[in-house]
Design a protein around this ligand. Sequence first.
Ligand code: G1P
Length: 292
Amino acid sequence: MSHMKIRKAVFPAAGMGTRFLPATKATPKEMLCLVDKPLIQYGVEEAVAAGCTEIIIVTGRGKTTMEDHFDKSAELEASLAAKNKTALLEIARSVSKLAKIVYVRQPEALGLGHAVLMAKEIVGNEPFCVLLPDDIVDASTPCMKQMVEAFNETQSSILGSEVVEGDAISAYGCLDCTPDATNPRLLAVKNMVEKPAPGTQPSQNAIIGRYILTPRIFEMIEGITPGAGGELQLTDAIKALLQHEKVYGFSYEGKRHDAGDKQGFLRATVELALKHDKLGPDFRAWLKDQSF
Ligand code: G1P
């Protein structure tokens, strides 16, 4: 296992997206458009920026628009080429050239741990990333790239982490951890709990939807029983992994948006629109003129 390189990224994307109804009744949550591209594309671009060359999307019923999105569209390309719309042609092409993307189905929504387990054969015996497409991280160095750099030092599992206030921690996996002496962004994890009841949390350090995991995690997932919410929880499997290997939290640099939540999605839309190369300046000027 020494000096393994991260090449693969797993995207659990089989959930029903009930928090975002009615938008997600017939449209996969991962395909909701944030400014000018679907949520899942942000995650895939982040994984590619981190050096991943193989993307594994764990999908389910009614999610085929994701596959169409990342596939080559011969008709669209031919039509844009015939009209000499080269800039648009380049945008359409670049999406299908991002990475090698493979799809595996999760037949039943049995939990995040179960979703990750669906990728076991495709990942094989190497460390890999997991990105939850709802969590959009806006950072000058992409969050997963920061984490891969840390992994290259530790060669251990690393969980993206941030401090959340008060009882908000009850919506997350929570780390019992201490600062690591070698790297100010690393946290040495002692224990963890999924969605602690308010007042019982060991800390305010939440796990965010960014993970680098060693392949032993699959064996751990196979050994767990349903936890919080009756689901096979990834957090419980990582807790089991702690009995065998070191696990670190990682205080990433950047700002996370929970784009799977309506309020979070609205805020992400405004912030990312303001930062957008082409749309930002006009949008900012328009926003300033409004008297809401
Ligand atoms: C999942 C994980 C949780 C983590 C969160 C980050 O929860 O189970 O540990 O903190 O993602 O977004 P979910 O949001 O699916 O309930």
